[in-house]
Design a protein around this ligand. Structure first.
Ligand code: SAM
Length: 279
C-alpha cells in the first residue's frame, strides 16, 4: 500500500536526500502500521524515535502514544518536521546525533518507554549497542535494520549467522523478527533488504556473569577466528595451558568445541571459571 505523504512532503520542500546519513524514507503504509503494531504502542507509552525523516512514521506514532520524542541529526529536516507536525501537542523534537543524546535525562521519570525507528543503517550497531548496554529504562526497541544484521542479532548457536553480536543483544534482550521489507518500500531504494525486529529488554541479563568485560572478551576471542577450537582461540586471557584446561573442565565444556556452538549460559560459566582462576 503506497503512502503518498512521504513523496508529497519531499517534493513540497524540495528536500534533497543525503546518502551518507542513511536517508531511505518509507513509502509503504502496510510497513508503517506493522512497525507500530509490532511495537504495541499505546496511550501509556513514551516513544523515542531515532531519525524521523519527514515524519511519516512519527505521525502514526503520535496518534497512538502518550508522547513521541524524535531525534534527528539533519538540520534540513528540522523546519520540515516542525511545520508538518505542529498540530501535535505530544511531539518533541531534538536536533542531535542519536549517539550523543543523554537518554537518562530524556527518559526522566517515564515508566513505559519504547524505541521505535527506521534506523539509519550506517550506525545501526553502535545505536543498538548504546541503547541496550547502558542500562536505560526501555521496555523494547522495535527497529527496521538491514536484513543481514537482523539475522545476526536473532541467530541461535550453530547457525552461520551466530556470533558476538547475537550474544551481545541476546544477553540483554529477547529478540523477535517481525517481518521482511522489500527495497521498493523506500525512497530512494537501498541496496540491501531490510527487516523489522523487536528487542524486548530483559529485567536482568540472560545469564549470571561475574565480570562482563571478561565475558565479552571471551566471546570476541572465541569468534575472532571461527575455524579455531576454543582451546586455540582463548590463549590471550592471562591463563597458562593447565589453568585454561581447568576452566574448561570446571565449566563442563569440551575445549575442542568451536565458539559458534556455545550458548550464552555456557559462555557465562566458562568466563566465570576463568575469572575465578585469574583472581
Ligand atoms: N523515519 C523516516 C522514515 O521511516 O521514512 C526516516 C528513516 S531514514 C532510514 C534515517 C533517518 O535518520 C534520516 O532522517 C537521517 O537524517 C537520520 N539520521 C541519520 N543519522 C542520524 C544520527 N546519528 N542521529 C539521529 N538521526 C540520524
Amino acid at each position: 500500500m503506497e503512502n503518498y505523504s512521504t513523496k508529497e512532503i519531499v517534493e513540497k520542500y524540495g528536500f534533497k536526500f543525503t546518502k551518507s546519513l542513511g536517508q531511505n524514507f518509507l513509502i509503504d503504509d502496510t510497513v508503517l502500521l506493522d512497525i507500530v503494531e509490532g511495537a504495541e504502542v499505546d496511550k501509556d507509552d513514551f516513544v523515542i524515535e531515532i531519525g524521523p525523516g519527514v515524519g511519516t512514521l512519527t505521525k502514526v506514532l503520535l496518534s497512538r502514544a502518550k508522547k513521541v520524542c524524535a531525534i534527528e541529526l539533519d538540520s534540513k529536516l528540522i523546519p520540515i518536521l516542525q511545520e508538518e507536525l505542529k498540530e501535535h501537542a505530544n511531539f518533541q523534537l531534538i536536533h542531535k546525533d542519536a549517539l550523543k543524546v543523554d537518554y537518562k535525562e530524556l527518559i526522566g521519570e517515564e515508566k513505559s518507554v519504547k524505541v521505535v525507528a527506521n534506523l539509519p543503517y550506517y550506525v545501526t550497531t553502535p545505536i543498538i549497542s548504546k541503547l541496550i548496554t547502558e542500562g536505560y529504562n526501555f521496555k523494547s526497541l522495535t527497529i527496521m535494520i538491514q536484513k543481514e544484521v537482523a539475522e545476526r542479532i536473532a541467530a541461535k548457536p550453530c547457525n552461520k549467522d551466530y556470533g558476538a553480536l547475537s550474544l551481545l543483544v541476546q544477553y540483554y534482550c529477547n529478540t523477535k523478527i517481525l517481518r521482511k521489507v522489500k527495497k521498493e518500500s523506500f525512497i530512494p531504494s537501498p541496496k540491501v533488504e531490510s527487516m523489522v525486529i523487536r528487542l524486548d529488554k530483559l529485567e536482568k541479563p540472560k545469564a549470571f556473569v561475574e565480570d562482563e568485560k571478561l565475558f565479552f572478551k571471551v566471546i570476541r576471542d572465541s569468534f575472532s577466528m571461527r575455524r579455531k577450537t576454543l582451546n586455540n582461540g582463548l590463549k590471550n586471557l592471562g591463563l597458562n595451558k593447565e589453568e585454561l584446561l581447568e576452566a574448561f573442565d570446571k565449566s563442563g565444556i569440551d575445549p575442542k568445541r568451536r565458539g559458534e556452538t556455545l550458548s550464552i549460559e555456557e559462555f557465562a560459566s566458562l568466563s566465570n571459571e576463568i575469572y575465578r582462576i585469574n583472581k
